[in-house]
Design a protein around this ligand. Sequence first.
Ligand code: FAD
Length: 451
Amino acid sequence: MSVGIVGGGITGLATHHYLRESGVESVVFEADDEPGGVVRSEEVEGRVLDFGPQRTRLTPSIRKLVESLGLESELRRAADPPLYVYRDGKLRLVPQSPREAVTTDLLSWRGKARALLEPLTGPARTGEGGGANGSESDGGSESDDGGESVEEFLTRKFGSEVARYYFGPLYGGLYGSHPDEMPVEYSLSKALEKAGIEGSVLTSVARKVLEGREKPPIVSFDAGLQRLPEALAAAHGGVRLETPVREIRRAGDGFLVETEGDETRVNRLVVTTPADVTADLLADLAPDSAAALRELRYNPQVVVHLLAEADLTGAGYQVQYDEQFRTLGTTWNDSLLDREGVYTCYLGGSRNPELVERSDDELGSLAAAEFEEVTGHEARAISVRRLRRGMPAYDRSWAALDRISMPEGIRLCTNYTARAGLPGRIREAKQTAETLAGAESASHEPPAADA
Ligand SMILES: Cc1cc2nc3c(=O)[nH]c(=O)nc-3n(C[C@H](O)[C@H](O)[C@H](O)COP(=O)(O)OP(=O)(O)OC[C@H]3O[C@@H](n4cnc5c(N)ncnc54)[C@H](O)[C@@H]3O)c2cc1C
């Protein structure tokens, strides 16, 4: 069997790695001249900058990948540093321990007390007439299509303060979406399910704390996160850079992958490209799914790197979404990963998508001015990048997911049909490769004696 993988981002390259480890022949087609997709690092003014993700958790799977690629000595580890939410003129500590939950000024005493009632509340209400499970309403009416939004869900479970000042900005900020635009059934409830949290979130977290379970450390590499996809691409043959796939056609029980001036025959396909590209590639083979894929929205974001002599200690901050800021959040690379003077600001998202149209000068000045307002420190922009379809929005357009099904022989392995974080991408790549390798070895088994 041979597998064609469309897209050489972290998902495609990890799938390629696991397939090759299992002895399955595979080839990666990547449009760009570098591997990594949105995982992109570069040196500017002597500083390593990351333009997509800034860090990942060193989960057991990622640790194993790092070891098998010989990258241990290049790892940069961060302890779990303090994280902040900016609201009402001040950076406020996001509690990461029961002690911090008591002392933080992010929430009032009333807000903290209300959150303790969470174990008495019901699970997420989905679009198919859920709601029977819920035990109380704390404001927020359910949305028109019947399913709760992330904001409604968090408000019902923890009260409005925790929803608006704590979980809401942290969760929505990751995607650049407002939590009132995110249906819980297509976003947070899937994340909770994957994290093994079925009932009460508080009870589950308390259990983990009591059992002393620790989160894997936060890491990057000396040369930035792109080191991982680069090493994956270099470890195996069969990664074709600057080779965008133009068309996919069925040929017998396999496929023809058409690229500039070439055609490659494969038995199976794994597609990892952004939703609109995937829609174009599948327009003839799966027209209904292609139409649904086209509906999925991305939140355009701007990434501005600042240099500042701020000496702030922590991972960074999210801006509470009712504040009049265009900054969604800022990573303090200086403190988090020992990148001298570097601060990474994400701007735009669903409430300010038009920002990507502004000039570099305007965006650099805006990011620096808002950084100064939040932290009190002057800063200078050294890089401005635009991500027009970086992060899936996981907003109401995700209802279209229910109408997506793949023709036999094609698998989607993407950050819009499953988890977006790097640990989730690596996990899905591994599962995809295992399923394909399993099918391959089953096809070689001799028929059972009584067949
Ligand atoms: C701004 C931002 C910050 C993030 N922060 C974090 C974080 O801190 N931690 C974390 O864990 N995750 C983070 N994520 C999420 C994570 O980085 C992404 O979900 C993940 O990298 C996506 O990888 P992928 O391979 O699935 O997709 P992509 O990286 O989008 O890869 C798809 C690839 O397909 C290629 N392609 C496109 N068209 C074609 C074609 N026609 N033929 C062939 N190839 C094609 C593209 O060039 C690209 O390389 C962040 C994402 C963004 C955008």
